[in-house]
Design a protein around this ligand. Structure first.
Ligand SMILES: CC(C)(COP(=O)(O)OP(=O)(O)OC[C@H]1O[C@@H](n2cnc3c(N)ncnc32)[C@H](O)[C@@H]1OP(=O)(O)O)[C@@H](O)C(=O)NCCC(=O)NCCS
Length: 179
C-alpha cells in the first residue's frame, strides 16, 4: 500500500503506518488484549515484554502496517504485522517467515467496516512484501474470528483458550493479490 485509500464505510481513510504511529499502535494493542474486559493498563502492557514486543521500537525493518483516520485526521484503527524470532515468539507464532498480525479499531468506529478494510489492506501489503503468510492469535469468544475466517485465515493451532490462525500466502490461489 503506497497511498491513501477510502474505506468502504466512508468518512475514514487508510494510509501506511509510520514510526510516528507507535503510540496509537500501542493503544490498539491494548484494545486487542482488553477485547472483552479491562485486563491491562497501558503501563502494565508496556512493562510485560512478551506483550510489549508487538510494538517495541516500531517500526523495524520487516514491519508493515496500515492505519485508518477519520475526516478530521484522528486515528481510529490500525492493523500491523511483525516477524518474531523462534526464541521470542508472539502468541500467534507459526514460523520465522510469517509475521503476526495485530488489529484494533477504537470503540466508536467499530461495526462500520473499518476493521475489514484494515485487514484487507494489510493482506495486500503482506502480498506485496512478500511474506509466506500472516498469523494471529484469537481468544475464544472474540467475534473477530469471523472476520478472519471470511478473509481465509484457518485455525492451525491451539494455545490455552486461543486459536492460532494462519493466512497462507505461499500457496494462495492466483488472484488473491487483486482482492
Ligand atoms: C475486531 C475489530 C478490529 C473489528 O473491527 P470493526 O471495524 O468493528 O470490524 P467491521 O465493522 O469491519 O466488522 C467485521 C467483523 O468484526 C466484528 N464486529 C463488528 N462490530 C463489532 C463490535 N462492535 N464489536 C466487536 N466485534 C465487532 C464482527 O464479527 C464483524 O463481522 P460480521 O459483520 O460478519 O459479524 C474491532 O471490533 C476491535 O477493535 N475489537 C477489539 C480489539 C480486538 O478484539 N482485536 C482483535 C484481536 S484478535
Amino acid at each position: 500500500m503506497t497511498g491513501t485509500t477510502n474505506t468502504p464505510g466512508g468518512g475514514t481513510r487508510l494510509r501506511p503506518a509510520t514510526a510516528q504511529d507507535a503510540d496509537f499502535l500501542t493503544e490498539m494493542l491494548l484494545a486487542a488484549f482488553n477485547w472483552d474486559r479491562p485486563r491491562f493498563t497501558r503501563d502494565e502492557l508496556l512493562g510485560t515484554p512478551h506483550i510489549a514486543h508487538y510494538v517495541t521500537d516500531w517500526s523495524r525493518p520487516g514491519d508493515f502496517g496500515v492505519v485508518a483516520e477519520d475526516a478530521a485526521g484522528s486515528l481510529v484503527g490500525a492493523a500491523w504485522a511483525r516477524v518474531f524470532p523462534a526464541d521470542d515468539p508472539g502468541y500467534g507464532y507459526v514460523g520465522p517467515g510469517v509475521p503476526e498480525l495485530t488489529l484494533g479499531v477504537v470503540p466508536a468506529y467499530r461495526g462500520r467496516g473499518v476493521g475489514s478494510a484494515l485487514l484487507d489492506a494489510l493482506v495486500k501489503a503482506a502480498i506485496e512484501q512478500p511474506v509466506e503468510g500472516l498469523s494471529l492469535s484469537v481468544e475464544d469468544g472474540n467475534a473477530a474470528v469471523r472476520l478472519y475466517m471470511t478473509r481465509g485465515f484457518l485455525a492451525v493451532g491451539r494455545e490455552g483458550s486461543s486459536d492460532t490462525m494462519l493466512l497462507d500466502l505461499a500457496h494462495a490461489p492466483a488472484g488473491r493479490a487483486g482482492t
